[in-house]
Write a protein that binds this ligand. Sequence first.
Ligand code: SME
Length: 162
Amino acid sequence: MHEIHLYQRDKAARYRELIPQIRSLMEGETDMTANLANVSAALKEAFGFLWVGFYMVREHECELVLGPFQGPVACTRIAYGRGVCGTAWKEGRSIIVDDVEQFPGHIACSSLSRSEIVVPLEPSAGTILGVLDVDSSETGTFDEVDRRYLEMLCNIICESAK
Ligand code: SME
């Protein structure tokens, strides 16, 4: 509980510190895989989340496929509209789940996951390249602060690929 409390109090400051670091990490690099790999590592290192990674939309496929990530091994494919990731893709919006047991159809890649946030990578309105998924081993970890900064981060990633 103590750690979570500190996380909630300091996280906006930590995101504000992290975002320019990530921006400079991606400077001059247009390769999406390289950038997603570094973003996963940077978020995992900065916050110690259980799992941080990306699921990417595959052309001609109605599925998300596992991309760069940090944390325990995860399921490789998620269908359109399935789980939190597939729902965020279908609805084209970020989703915060306070308690994964209360989300119908949640896909449990790790039994340790208790809450999560999923943010689409949307370079232009209506086009979704994939999603960022962040999982926590505690319930209620993510809120509007996470949404705001993780959406900012996903916009920076989309910009870097242009
Ligand atoms: N929980 C996600 C699946 C991905 S893993 O958590 C890494 C979901 O329900 O879409």
